[in-house]
Design a protein around this ligand. Sequence first.
Ligand code: 13P
Length: 249
Amino acid sequence: MRKNIVAGNWKMNKTLQEGVALATELKSAVKNPKCDVIIGTPFIHLATVAELLKDTPIAVAAENCADHASGAYTGEVSAAMVKSTGAQYVIIGHSERRAYYGETYAMLKEKVQLALANSLRPIFCVGEVKEEREAGRQNDVVKAQLEGSLFSLSADDFGRIVIAYEPVWAIGTGLTATPEQAQEMHAYIRSLIAARYGAQVAADCTILYGGSCNAKNAASLFANPDIDGGLIGGASLKAEDFCAIIDAF
Ligand code: 13P
């Protein structure tokens, strides 16, 4: 069954104390959401926030994990370590990690496999940059990202993936994709999944939209048949804004 999800991505924001304060506010504000709710926090916050939100409707995600299982990789955090905090999800392949940290299709494929092997659900991000959209190449770009990192998974493993379509030109810019642009890409992504894994797997896959999604535009985005929720950056940093997006369902 396809789930609707509103997920936050705090990115590199908030000290531990500020993060705990926000999670505490969300804990009291989010009572009977009409969708699944996830917050993605920096590694530092995970154990504390996961404990705080235990037995609540809010699940916790890491924003990244290592592409190796363990060993001499100074500064890295493994999927097993993420799992041990109580987190249930991990964001993989965010455009900021692809662009600033050189994450390749092959590295992301490793991360996805390690996340799955450690019973974490990947939230796998795809999306084109502005020049690619202007050249009409967005479908090719997203297809290559899916094929390069996900489409060698078994159908069972693929069934554990949440996809997030985040056009890079819409992230943090205030320029949201129109509901039509987003729906068109989400339907295309679902058609690719159907071609690879069959209609049922495609129908069951949650595909989130991300990129300047906020309380004002969330309802018109989520109203589309292939848009199953959002991955929220800036607007996830204040409880009031994030809750208003959850309430769009
Ligand atoms: P904004 O909502 O700040 O545009 O960020 C979107 C995003 O990158 C979520 O992962």
